[in-house]
Design a binder for this molecule. Structure first.
Ligand SMILES: [Zn+2]
Length: 320
């Protein structure tokens, strides 16, 4: 068990070379209260949400394993009890790395059923083999299309967004508090979108997921992105418009017979590039080009993985 934990920690570090080279203690853990009993915690890896009150504490995502104790301390500083529930927005290690620690501390993990499958089976991710996670890291409660938790005087809707960033993405919506958590469907000001074709993501699915969230949001909504600062409905609308424009341009060019290299040279994503983002314009365009509205072709997915890996090697980027 001990050895396994150590090995896991090493594996997760290798998924985040930029952080592993530094000290995890140097990661700043910051909390922001969004509504009574709901806070966003940022550190390294995906943004965390904490919902706390008389029914107990629910967390959304668990960042990297070495940060679990500090996330627990941040939760305690909010005046919240240890998490009773932990929802994973998707399987990626920068959102599920702390699962074992939180489970051993009493949390029951909830996720869309594909998250359990992918965590339990091990995956290829951006050119690297990710090992199967131990049983305690896996969701105990899974759902297919949607579920609602009536908790701390709010209705928390957990909604599946199929084939978006991955095939197991959840959008979370606290109806009464008017807060949403988008997982990695939404990268806000940190990089161009990451469509993980290897994990069943797709461009049209990503756009549909954003549309689905916009239907639930209003001007007063506070929207937690997977990565980046807190956002508004206007921010998410701009992201939707960007997605629609670039996806439309790539699909149109592809239908007209232009090759991927030609479309990348045209660079329809140019106006939206983010400095130091780990997804380059070429990788984003390739992911759209290789996406299919229905089932992605495995050959395309492999090609895309290779390309993303090359990009990552060139940029020396970290995982997300
Ligand atoms: Zn992700």
């Amino acid at each position: 068990m001990m050895l396994r934990s150590l090995f896991l920690a090493v594996t997760l570090c290798s998924a985040a070379p930029a952080i592993a080279q530094n000290n995890w203690k140097e990661v700043a853990i910051e909390s922001e209260i969004l509504a009574p009993g709901i806070a966003m915690i940022s550190g390294a890896g995906g943004n965390v949400a904490v919902h706390y009150g008389t029914d107990g504490t629910l967390m959304v995502d668990s960042q990297f394993a070495p940060l679990a104790a500090r996330l627990m301390a941040a939760t305690e500083r909010l005046g919240a009890d240890p998490a009773k529930w932990l929802v994973n927005t998707h399987w990626h290690a920068d959102h599920t790395g702390g699962n074992e620690s939180f489970a051993m501390n009493g949390a029951v993990i909830i996720a869309q059923e594909k998250v359990r499958q992918r965590l339990g089976a091990g995956q290829m991710h951006r050119g690297k083999q990710v090992l199967p996670r131990p049983d305690e890291a896996l969701p105990r409660i899974t759902y297919s299309d949607a579920m609602t938790l009536r908790f701390n005087d709010d209705d928390l809707h957990i909604i599946h967004a199929p084939n978006a960033h991955t095939d197991g993405d959840s959008i979370l919506h606290w109806e009464r508090a008017n807060v949403l958590h988008m997982g990695d469907i939404f990268f806000h000001k940190t990089t161009l979108p990451f469509i993980d074709l290897e994990s069943g993501g797709s461009a049209r699915g990503l756009l549909a997921a954003v549309e689905k969230a916009l239907e639930r949001a209003d001007e007063g909504s506070r929207i937690i992105p997977g990565h980046g600062p807190l956002a508004t409905r206007a921010d998410l609308t701009a992201y939707r418009d960007m997605l629609a424009k670039v996806i439309g341009a790539v699909e149109e060019a592809k239908a007209a017979g232009r090759s991927l290299a030609e479309i990348q040279a045209d660079n329809p994503a140019a106006p939206y590039e983010v400095a130091d983002g780990f997804i380059s314009a070429d990788a984003f365009v390739a992911a759209i080009y290789n996406s299919s509205a229905d089932e992605r072709a495995p050959a395309d997915a492999a090609e895309e993985a290779e390309q993303v890996e090359e990009e990552a090697a060139e940029n020396g980027a970290s995982a997300a």
